[in-house]
Design a protein around this ligand. Sequence first.
Ligand code: HAM
Length: 428
Amino acid sequence: MAKKPKFQTPTGMHDILPPEQKYFQKIYEVSENIANFYQFKKIETPILEETELFSKGIGLATDIVGKQMFTLRTKGGDCLTLRPEGTAPVVRAYIKHGMFNLSQPVKLWYFGPCFRYEKPQAGRYRQFWQFGFEVFGEESPVIDAQIIQIFYNILRELKLKNLIIEINSIGDSQCRPYYKKLLMSYFRSRESSLCADCRRRLRENPLRILDCQEEKCQRIISQAPQMIDHLCESCHSHFKEVLEFLDEIELPYRLNPYLVRGLDYYTKTVFEIYEDSEEGRAQGALTGGGRYDALVKLLGGKDTPAVGASTGIERTIAAMKTKAIRLPQESRPKIYLAQLGTLAKRKSLRLLEDFRKAKIQVSESFGRDSLKAQLARADKIEVKYTLILGQREALEGTIIIRDMKTGRQETIKTEKVVREIKKKLNSR
Ligand code: HAM
């Protein structure tokens, strides 16, 4: 058995190797195109933020803050955390840069890594990537529907089918306190049957119990009171309108009265998008998001309604792979440059630069000295033409063009070769 290398990636973290990069690239391109269409502007925030941004923004009782943050103390004594998600940092940036003075809504999007100290398993890593879209300064339910539509469309454009949107409303500061009380008394009377985590959640925030995946808790949750039966007038009409917009654009959604999401900042609409299959369920949501009308104020800004969502890149790639979704092949070089001798090698470097400027991709193996080995390589990668620069040609200022299909060769002046190759490629 091969010896295990001394250094491994940290648990739950992965290298993104070249074959994986084309999936990242594709997801980036699709989200960027959609961002441009809907006029979202790109933002990048630091990977580290003050810990309090997350503990206050996401909520002390959440698993993310309670168990999953990578937190460190700097030499200067600051307490910083590797971002576990993108929304709180974007809100911080919105406040810090006075974006409430810009014409609203302000629409921002991002693409980058996040960190959560989770138990690694399929679809759950300690470093993972997300892209996210956030809209500030707009309270209309049409924006909730548009955000859902944007994420649904991105996944569809990545050729994922069989997607289902789960949606719920978790009310606001008007109606949620009463619902929490109802939940509290419901769970308290069944406390002894809850898992240890949920008994703690009962004291901290009973809504968090609805998120628990333990089977014995699930049984109790399935009979619990539902938020949609206790929404105040304004949350109720907001939710009704969101659903009407979704009907209008014919998106497939399913009401999930126990969907609360694992972050405390949500108000009104919450949603997740899944692949509607057993594997899709097992892997977890591809996208999660919702409205968070109180977060900007909570983090020190003006009262600003907001809504957004983000998608996990690794989960999306896993879904694309199980569907065997093919990505366009990378463009392959049509030209190979073979060289022989020191002078030829030197001239080849300059020649390659001329081809780069002319935007013609050329492959070479400058490390190889044998012409036979180089021609074998040219054959293998199936180029259309091989350029041969031997010692004699290098001295005479010429180069040989070999048509790989016919085997025909011609010698021309080196300064004409780029133009000649361009002509040949265009005439094919
Ligand atoms: P979230 O549901 O925590 O929401 O994460 C969004 C997505 O990130 C998930 O649906 C999943 O695809 C991916 N994800 C989360 N944790 C992991 C993990 N450990 N490993 C792999 N993928 C993971 C948020 O982060 C919110 N900031 C979304 C949002 C934006 N709400 C409003 N705006």
